[in-house]
Design a protein around this ligand. Structure first.
Ligand SMILES: [Zn+2]
Length: 399
């Protein structure tokens, strides 16, 4: 299936937006104080404003949109004509008005007009991919066994997976979203992903050249945090911990993702928990959080547990390691909610309880209020849905 670029519409260039962040209002960000807003910038701004309202709040009439946004009826009609032409909005019938006159035609965001290819590289044995519509529903799935691949071999598998998924799309593609472990800059360069054997890999450029589609690459934990914010129930100040082949965190403060000066905010997996430990990490150090908490290491430890009590001790030790890393973050930032994302059978129970207990012991929780630690309810597709939200954020200014 072709990309949105081939349909005659002209989405903004990928570099126009901060990748992985929700720059909901990109026009004012470009306009300096006192500078005149160009008509074209105002048009893009108005388009995103109306689209966001329809996407988040459901059907509105043109008159509703004008009233809610303060735009003139003429401006609303102009923008709506464009959105109808792009198939991003559809007319869904009339609503009888309370006043006499013609009933109002209702407009709805069209979730089915475009699709996104999303890939999740955060699992230890598989790369998971899917084609999703703009409502976050899966249209098609495909996955590929990793079989120990790293470096160039891993990249070949990812390119093959994206290509296969692209063939399964049944609507024009809005873009390709990738959630990967590791540190990713705003340009989609994977600066470092030890688990995949990637260093300074310009993944966005590779995929853009290969497929001619807009591509967004983001850290898997940041994609997960965005999915929780877009589709889940997360609070505005949330620390999301993603447990998979590695361990990372995505941080939302006031609903905005925090990426850090070197894009490595939330890289908690390689914080050393125990300086006396002999547990070797993929990064070369000893005693990193990942050596207790990555899904691979937990499975290894559990396979050696002979009794239920030992089983519980393994999980509690992983939870304690996590809590000891999270406590200073909670203390420094006063986040109100911690969301764990990963295999529920591992995370729930002794692991989550030990993590919470350790945070209580190590941080002044009475100062920080009632901290909630819960498991994400978005299931195995959370990174795929986050990757779709990234594409929508970049291409449409919504999600
Ligand atoms: Zn490490």
């Amino acid at each position: 299936m072709t990309c949105i670029d081939d349909t005659g519409t002209t989405p903004p260039e990928p570099q126009d937006r901060a990748v992985g962040t929700l720059r909901r209002d990109r026009v004012p960000a470009r306009v300096r104080s006192g500078e005149k807003v160009l008509p074209e910038q105002a048009r893009v701004h108005n388009r995103e404003l109306l689209l966001r309202m329809l996407y988040r709040e459901g059907p509105h009439s043109r008159a509703d949109l004008a009233r809610r946004t303060g735009l003139t009826r003429v401006s609303v009609s102009d923008v709506v004509s464009d959105l109808l032409a792009d198939d991003l909005v559809v007319e869904v019938g009339t609503r009888a008005g309370t006043r006499p006159g013609k009933p109002a035609m209702m407009l709805e965001f069209n979730e089915h007009a475009y699709q996104a290819v999303a890939v999740d590289l955060s699992h230890s044995t598989l790369y998971r991919g899917a084609v999703l519509d703009l409502g976050g529903s899966v249209v098609a799935r495909q996955q590929v066994e990793i079989e120990g691949s790293t470096g160039a071999d891993a990249l070949t598998k990812v390119v093959g997976l994206v290509g296969a998924l692209r063939e399964q799309a049944t609507a024009p593609l809005l873009g390709i979203g990738i959630g990967t472990p590791g540190i990713v800059d705003l340009g989609g360069v994977v600066l470092s992903a030890p688990n995949l054997g990637w260093k300074d890999l310009n993944l966005r450029s590779v995929l853009t050249e290969q497929f001619g589609c807009p591509v967004v690459v983001s850290n898997d934990a940041n994609a997960t945090a965005l999915a929780e914010r877009s589709y889940g129930e997360s609070a505005a100040d949330t620390l999301l911990v993603r447990v998979g082949v590695g361990v990372g965190a995505g941080l939302l403060l006031g609903g905005t993702p925090v990426l850090g000066s070197r894009f490595a905010a939330g890289e908690i997996g390689h914080v050393v928990v125990d300086t006396g430990s002999e547990r070797a990490c993929v990064c070369g150090k000893l005693g990193c959080l990942e050596t207790w908490l990555s899904t691979r290491r937990i499975q290894e430890d559990l396979s050696e547990a002979r009794t239920d009590a030992e089983h519980t001790r393994v999980l509690a030790a992983a939870g304690e390691a996590l809590g000891s890393v999270l406590a200073p973050i909670v203390a420094a930032l006063n986040v109100s909610e911690i969301v764990l994302s990963g295999p529920h059978r591992v995370l729930e129970g002794p692991l989550a309880a030990a993590a919470m207990e350790t945070i209580r012991q190590r941080a002044l929780t009475e100062v920080h209020g009632d901290i909630v630690l819960r498991l994400s309810e978005l299931g195995d597709d959370i990174v795929l849905r986050g990757a779709t939200a990234m594409v929508m954020s970049q291409q449409l200014g919504i999600a």
